[in-house]
Every structure is written in C-alpha cells, then in structure tokens.
Write a protein that binds this ligand. Structure first.
Ligand code: F6R
Length: 260
C-alpha cells in the first residue's frame, strides 16, 4: 500500500486527478472503476478541469461503477446513475455506450450481476478503480463480513451505512435497504486501486484498513493484499495511523521518476 497524507481533500484530489490523467494519457481507452458518495466529488471536479482546461480526452475511456441502489428509478435524485451524470459524465466527452452502472431495476438481478462481471472481463479488466471507504470499513457496498472473494451481487446495507447516507435523501425518504455492488474479489482484480478518505469520521476505518488485521470485519483491509493500492488521505482521516510520519517521509522523498 502506498499511503499519501496531504493537508486537505483538495490537495488529495489534485494528486488523484493527476494519477487518472496520467493513465488516460498513457492509455486513452483505459477502463476506470468509479465510486459515488461525497468523497470522489472533488476528484471528479479535477477530472473535469483536466478535460476542459487541458483537453484530456475521455472519448475512448470505458467506466464501470461500483454500485447502485435497488429500486430507484434511473433519474431518482438519489440514484447513482443520476449522481454520475451530474458530477462527472455530463461535463466530459465520454460516449453514453462506454458507461456502465449496475441497474438497480434489473428484473433478473442475479443474471444482471453475472453479465456485469462478464462485461468487465470483456473490456479487458479495470485499469484503475476509484474507491471511498465507509465509516464501517466498507468498499463499494461490501459491508463488514462480506466475503473478501465476493463478486458483483445483491447486498443488504448495514444500519450504520443507511444512517451515514441519510444525508443524501430528501423529505424523510428512507435510504434503500438493498443494493447491487461489485464484490471484493472484483475490486481486488483491478490493476490499480485508488482510495480516498477525508475527514475525522473515516479515521477509525482508515486505521483498520491500513494497520489492522486483514479481516472481513473491515473489507477495506483486503487492500493490504493488493499489489498496487494507493491510499490518499487528509490529516483528519490519517489521525489514528501509528506510522503516519513514516508514510509522509516516504512520500516526500520519492525518487522523481516515481512521483505523480
Ligand atoms: C459509493 C461507494 C461507497 C462510498 C462510501 C463512502 O459508490 O462505493 O463505498 O465510497 O460509502 O461514502 P462517502 O464518500 O459519501 O463518505
């Protein structure tokens, strides 16, 4: 794991934007795995800036989102389909047919999940997966006790996650109980995993993920077994890491060829 601790979410998202831009410049038809929630919004702003100000071309990029709620219409204000259009896709030149988001209204969810996995493989696998982490350690919606080898499937959200996500709902609408999520095995197959965590409410989950034992109780800890996981944190999310000074030294003293 490479742990990068920066002063705030903006600085972290700028580095993330550069990592994504470097990949697309090197491989214009890269396959990106994408996340929703508050955390990647600043990263998406950076990607939009790269597109609008520096001409970064998304016309050949393919994307797969991690998850979607079950039962919400595509254009429901809280659907991840809508989130992605509003926060990224409407602002870059990615063709409609290159975007993939699990369909929370699929009639045959089991088959849809199998097809989603097959399409990722067909497209050559995910080059770079963007991730956030839940306060309970979930990645995607792989809640604690999810199999660390799981594939795309239906999951039931943990109460803590439903509570955390109340802020995205209006007029007392309930957070759905069910979702479709890529599995931990799917996430682990990505060539690079790029995880962001910002704010003090992520500090415990980050500590477990980075320095705790590998355990299904903190699905994020599976990334300890990933050969290319980059973890970008602000000071608040890194506050409980015992080796924070070491991670900072390493990052600040990288050989030039290894910097982003
Ligand atoms: C969303 C997702 C989730 C979020 C996590 C953190 O696609 O996969 O794992 O990354 O719930 O959410 P925020 O960023 O809102 O704190």
């Amino acid at each position: 794991m490479e742990i990068i601790i920066l002063k705030d979410a903006q600085a972290g998202s700028e580095v993330g934007g550069k990592i994504v831009a470097n990949l697309i410049n090197e491989k214009p038809n890269a396959v990106l795995g994408l996340a929703t929630g508050s955390t990647p919004v600043m990263l998406y702003n950076e990607m939009i800036k790269w597109h609008k100000e520096k001409g970064l071309d998304f016309s050949k990029v393919r994307t797969f989102n991690l998850d979607e709620y079950i039962g919400l219409e595509k254009n429901h204000y809280a659907s991840y389909y809508r989130f992605m259009n509003e926060n990224l896709f409407d602002e870059i030149n990615i063709p409609e047919e290159n975007k993939n988001i699990p369909n929370g209204l699929a009639e045959n969810i089991k088959q849809h999940c199998l097809d989603y996995e097959a399409k990722i493989v067909e497209e050559g696998g995910i080059d770079l997966q963007v991730l956030g982490i839940g306060s309970d350690g979930h990645l995607g919606f792989n809640e604690p006790t999810s199999s660390l080898a799981s594939r795309t499937r239906i999951k039931t959200l943990d109460e803590q996650t439903r509570d955390d996500n109340k802020r995205f709902m209006k007029d007392g609408d309930p957070v759905p109980y069910h979702c479709i999520t890529m599995g931990m095995g799917t996430v682990m197959d990505a060539k690079t995993n790029l995880l962001f965590a910002f704010g003090e409410n992520k500090a415990d989950a980050v500590q477990q993920m980075v320095e705790g034992a590998i355990s299904a109780m903190c699905p994020g800890s599976a990334l300890q077994m990933h050969p290319n996981a980059i973890i970008i944190l602000d000071e608040a999310a890194a506050a409980k890491l015992s080796k924070a000074d070491y991670y900072k030294w390493v990052y600040n003293n990288k050989p030039k060829w290894q910097t982003y």
